[in-house]
Write a new protein. Sequence first.
Lengths: 170, 86
Amino acid sequence: MTEAVTSIDFTRHAFASETGVVTIFLMTITHEGLDQPIMVSTDPTQRLEETSSDVIYGTVSRGNQFIYLPVVLELPSDTEEGPKIMRITIDNVSQQIGSTVRQMVGPFRMSCEFVLSDDTDTVMATWPDYVLTNVRTNEMTVSAEVVVDMMFSEPFPAGTFNPAEFPGLF
Amino acid sequence: MDAGPAKVRRKTTSAPRPVMGQVLLTGTQLETFKLFHRDSLLDGALRFSWLDPENDDPVEMRILGASWTASDGNLYALSLELEILP
């Protein structure tokens, strides 16, 4: 996980009293079972695709198309017990993400970055390595807990001589 | 803080533009509109093509609400609440 380093441009727009520049979050969700990542934008910057029945809005950044979907991000609260988990909820009206998620086994990984609407090719900050756990889907939304894959929370040593794994010893 | 001028910024770079309108229709035209709204637009869920009332440019709109009242003679005043999609 890298530090969030913000630019002077972002700071200027963030502190401005009035600004037309929008902060856009771009999320890339990957899984070893997916041929290509699910790329989601929080802004309908432009039309990406028009079909006979629908128009797909999204953001183009560095040549990649991020599809616009309404997203709710619950940031972790700062409590005495330590930070609570972060939760992301993505709109699932078309059911495509929900059905894809249900077919997959194993963890999804998500990287998050944000850009400004006046220059979508320049990334202001990146959070590259989250793991999505406890993924739940219903007819309207897909939600998941967003956690950092902590190496220090892994069991160590990986194997132990116990009756279950080495019954011959006991 | 509820003091001083508000700090204002856009939420998104594009948003639907609201439009209100009213047209006079005959009874037959009103029935045609109701069928169009219910069957073709699935009660307003789908978009449709029309002309921008400001400049006659072709745009895509969605019907948010429609109501009608009897007007003079055999005419009906159809009030439309629309949004022009980005």
